[in-house]
Design a protein around this ligand. Sequence first.
Ligand code: NBP
Length: 482
Amino acid sequence: MQKADIGLIGLAVMGQNLVLNMHDHGYKVAVYNRTTARVDEFLAGPAADTGIIGTHSLEELSVVLKKPRKVMLMVKAGEVVDAFIEQLLPHLEAGDIIIDGGNSLYTDSNRRTRELAAKGILFIGSGVSGGEEGARRGPSIMPGGNPAAWPQVQQIFQDIAAKVNGEPCCDWVGEEGAGHFVKMVHNGIEYGDMQLICEAYDFLRRGLGLSVPEIAAIFDEWNRGSLESYLMEISSEILTYQEADGTPLVDKILDAAGQKGTGKWTGINALELGVPLSLISEAVFARFISAMHEERQRAAAVLPGPDTIFAGEVQEYVQALHDALYAAKIVSYAQGYLLMRAAAGEYGWHLNYGGIARMWRGGCIIRSVFLDNISQAYSADPDLENLLLADFFAGALAKAQMGWRRVVAKCAELGLPAPALSSALAFYDGYRSHRLPANLLQAQRDYFGAHTYERVDRPRGEFFHTDWTGRGGKVASGTYNV
Ligand code: NBP
């Protein structure tokens, strides 16, 4: 029997579609699933007459694979991945490769890369984005882990990945958990993009009083310009969708958002690394507030808002909102890139920032024309300190900022929450400030905790403590942190 190029474990929606995608590209694939009946169902159903090899044990799987063996896990993230790795090890030998394509936490992939390297096994932790359709027709694939494994799987991964202008949306991301880290940031950015579109919808609907079909038409128009993106496209289509009675389905959907946690991980990680990832974090918080649905009904009856009703030129504000959305999106990606830079510094990864933008241009949920501009900015300057400082984006922000400010101010006036649009503006204004009120903050810290401060008229790194009340001591604190 012809041996298989790769084995895949986990025949749920992602696994099945990736296998069929690999098969379409001429690869011989062997499959295994914990519930082995699923193997038989797959072979009798979607994989009928494909020559895909079904196996009913990990031993059988290991025997049918070409060496070095490549085994890809598409199973529930967490303990299940560790359990499969343990069960696989007796059937593998040095130089074999385990790929985890699930949504694993990057710290788990850091650990797995090291533990497996010590056993001679090469590990890849890879983000795979694009859901069912992406897996079947071409996902965005973000592999990281043991660099020695990459040449062995590069061809398969780049063949099955989405293509933009003939370039695969897959490239080596970096060491250890870098691939899963970048996938996590991708998901965080997805939270931010979704929240921004929702705030725009809310401003148009409750703020300007437009109808759902009017908003659908605006989103459709925006999707033909600088805001073109998959999420803008589907949002327009969602708003166009009507129930049998001709009313928009979106109006019937309960406003309580769910989440699976990757946005939350991104926010937690930003706090740990000290990165001001405000927009994505606000997007996660906005989902939390929405989920407090019953409590919000009670609060709505008690807490007053302004009585203001929008008065002004609707068209002017639609244009201003377009600019606000674009500017906030630039900030969101800039913050995401700040986080990746911080993680690269922390873990010693060598990330290819332009390459990451190129990987996200197709096959994934955040795909948009905008990513071309990011990729170009990093091609022009691979050491770019911050996206906002690239000529293209600095220029775009200069043009958009007045509209952005008008929208955020109008939201405050009308009592509409716009946490992503407004936190992005606060970041922008903080980031471009020569002087922030942290001088007073440092004084407060020194007053109550003797935490010391630096002075503007002395070199950085010299610390001073003042006895503010005349009753304190002269000793600065080294340990007391508030
Ligand atoms: P699921 O995340 O639903 O996982 C299903 C697979 O995990 C099945 O093969 C199942 O085997 C196996 N499994 C479970 Br659940 N518990 C197990 C256990 N205790 N021991 C052994 N196997 C176990 O599938 P999916 O939605 O296809 O996602 C696969 C991975 O890809 C996940 O990490 C997911 O986060 C990630 N991902 C999903 C999407 C998406 O759109 N769905 C997109 C991108 C990434 P069984 O058949 O025997 O129950």
